[in-house]
Ligand binder design. Structure first.
Ligand code: F6R
Length: 639
């Protein structure tokens, strides 16, 4: 359900914004608006002219439109569509083309007349492009213009492929893609080098002429650019800010994408708040950072000057608030992530008893354990807990092809050296050598190659976990089936994924679970893996007694960190422990230097891990707490 935009609350927002609980609800709402428009036009015997977008954002809208067609009789016979853009050059039959995308997600499943579908042509000669673009505009005009344009937003702030620098009155034309846009697309193309540098896109002026414009954005990843587009100054640097000038635009967001808007991020600046402890903690930490003061030095004047007078009045004097928050942060710090035996645990993040805990670290990919919480992992083992690690997926899409040949050569040499027959091995090796040079971007590897890639990651994970101090029988490889597609797009979670997780949990009966609550992982695997654990726990709850005493801790990894106010356990690392953690990460050789899927961060994983944990320590230090070399952060998940 859309929340109301109350005026005071939204005074920083320069265009109408609707926020939904999640992207599914938002997508259904947008699909219904499109359906209403189509039906209204049908009733009048008119055509509905729609401007459509591609990318991950509108997929849910298209799915709902397909459902409405199949289950509610929505017809698209009176619909004419114009897509925003297409890569250039691009064959319509290519897997990455927007033609393929549109047919897979929408046109292939509805009764639209294919002659009414328009998608910019990526096969034209360069010389023909300008004329083609003019004709594209003219066609739209002759049909009376777009009734509704839907948009996504790129992290550069692009709409369509109107990158920073685009003019507000630009028309359909050929453009050069921004470097960040190409990085974001690299996954679809099997590497950034394969992403076209150009595209044909409708202009900002073209989009503006639509009678209604809906821009959608989901997920935390879009939150910073949404803040700029909604609250920032109009600027060519963020093309989406031009939409502030439109009288017909609406932004439709999920909570995560809206989370950096003032009314959600710092609501005390725009309205009276209900000050629960979490909000109080967030506000005090924000204030300390804002004016660069440690928590215990914040004054009443500081509170009053920064929108926190209400808090000071309701719960002051501020001296008491400061001490309360300082103590809360202080109590998150512990060198005993498994609980401190024989200590009063009333103010500690973990329980003292049982003194020796059974802990399991779930690692979505075979290196998240050490990258994300290597220091805590080592500490838990050093402090005598019964630690297990479970690698949830094989990670076999993320190994370079030449590493496969290297290991095959090793296998052949070793087999030869013990006098065994290598005919089979040799044949597999030759097949692989022949396959790799012909391999198309994103082409699925043969099963044999996928196996070798999985084995490579498995040996690395064993080596890392062994370095952290584990016995071999405490290292588990789940190879969850949902992941085993050989490509970046995974299957949906199945019964077997959950059952494998239940089996392992039943075997170990942990008092502590660590899992990746790292939901910004670019390919979504972390979130899927987390949900599988939750589904397994949900089924065990009430059936097995140990579940009642089991605590679930979320960690975050290479991609981002918890906000300070969210952290419930902070485990400090000494300089020596940072080095031990680094060594454990180094065991993952296939991921070193330049991993296959680096995300949008050029730093190596160990560097990201160290920067992140050092930053957490510095954030604590700046708030006036003790100064540590590094800290790993956790938040408890109540299930
Ligand atoms: C797609 C398009 C782009 C995308 C934007 C967001 O036709 O023109 O502007 O809407 O790049 O992409 P996703 O939705 O994949 O995050």
């Amino acid at each position: 359900m859309a929340r109301l935009n109350l005026l005071e609350e939204t005074r920083y927002e320069k265009l109408p914004v609707s926020v939904y609980n999640n992207q599914h609800e938002a997508s259904v709402a947008v699909a219904n608006r499109i359906a209403d428009l189509i039906r209204a036009k049908q009733a009048k015997g008119e055509k509905a002219v729609l401007g459509l977008a591609t990318g991950v954002t509108p997929i849910g809208v298209y799915a709902e439109l397909v459902r409405l067609h199949k289950e509610a009789g929505l017809s698209f016979k009176n619909v004419i569509t114009f897509n925003l853009d297409e890569y250039y050059p691009m064959k319509p039959t290519a897997a990455q083309s927007y033609v393929t995308f549109m047919y897979e997600n929408l046109f292939g499943h509805i009764d639209i007349d294919k002659a009414n579908v328009h998608i910019p042509d990526g096969t034209l000669d360069k010389d023909a492009v300008a004329g083609y673009c003019l004709a594209y505009e003219k066609q739209i005009e002759e049909l009376g213009g777009l009734d509704l344009q839907i948009l996504g937003i790129g992290r550069t702030g692009h709409i369509g492929f109107n990158e920073p620098g685009s003019a507000p009155n630009s028309g359909t034309r050929m453009v050069t893609l921004d470097d960040l846009t190409r990085s974001d697309a690299s996954r679809d193309f099997g590497g950034k080098a394969n992403v076209p540098t150009k595209a044909i896109t409708m202009g900002i002026g073209t989009i503006f002429k639509a009678r209604e414009i809906i821009l959608m954005a989901w997920s935390k990843k879009k939150a910073p650019i949404i803040k700029k587009a909604v609250e920032g100054e109009i600027s060519g640097e963020v093309p989406a800010t031009y939409l502030q000038l439109s009288q017909h635009v609406e932004f439709v967001l999920d909570e995560a994408a809206a989370s950096e808007l003032t009314r959600f991020d710092t609501p005390w600046l725009v309205k009276d708040c209900v000050w629960d402890n979490q909000l109080k903690k967030k506000a005090v930490i924000w204030l300390a950072n804002e004016i660069n003061k440690p928590v215990l030095k914040l004054t009443e004047e500081d509170y009053n000057n920064h929108g926190m007078a209400q808090l000071a009045v309701e719960q002051g004097p501020v001296y008491n608030i400061n001490i309360d928050i300082f103590n809360q942060i202080q109590h998150t710090i512990t060198g005993w992530p498994g609980g401190k035996p024989d200590a009063d645990d009333s103010q500690r993040p973990e329980r003292a008893l049982p003194a020796k805990k059974r802990s399991i670290i779930f690692s979505p990919h075979p290196d998240d354990d050490v990258i994300s919480m290597g220091g805590t992992f080592i500490r838990l083992v050093d402090q005598g807990h019964d630690v297990h690690v479970a690698y949830q997926t094989s990670g076999n899409t993320a190994v370079w092809d030449d590493d496969v040949l290297r290991y095959m050569e090793f296998a052949i040499d070793f087999t030869n050296s013990i006098g065994e027959d290598t005919t089979h091995l040799q044949k597999s090796y030759e097949d692989m050598r022949a396959f790799f040079p012909t391999k198309q971007p994103n082409e699925i590897d043969t099963q044999e190659i996928r196996n070798v890639k999985g084995f490579i990651r498995k040996t690395e994970a064993i080596s890392g976990a062994r370095y952290a101090g584990l016995q071999d029988d405490h290292i588990h490889f789940m190879a969850l089936p949902f992941y085993e597609t050989g490509k970046t797009k995974k299957n949906s979670v199945g019964e077997e994924d959950i059952q494998l997780t239940i089996d392992l949990l039943q075997k170990i009966k942990p008092q502590q679970i660590f899992a990746a609550g790292d939901f910004a992982d670019p390919n979504g695997t972390h979130l899927v893996c987390f949900k599988i654990i939750l589904a397994a726990l949900d089924r065990l709850k009430g059936k097995e007694a140990w579940v009642e005493d089991c605590w679930l801790w979320m960690y975050r990894g290479a991609w981002h960190e918890f906000e300070t106010y969210e952290i419930e356990m902070a485990v400090p690392l000494s300089p020596q422990e940072v080095i031990r953690k680094r060594n454990a990460i180094f065991k993952h050789q296939s991921q070193k230097d330049r991993p296959v899927f680096p995300g949008d961060d050029a730093r190596e994983f160990w560097v990201r891990a160290e920067d992140r944990t050092r930053d957490t320590a510095q954030r604590y230090d700046r708030l006036g707490l003790a100064e540590y070399e590094a800290m790993e952060a956790f938040k408890r998940y109540m299930f």
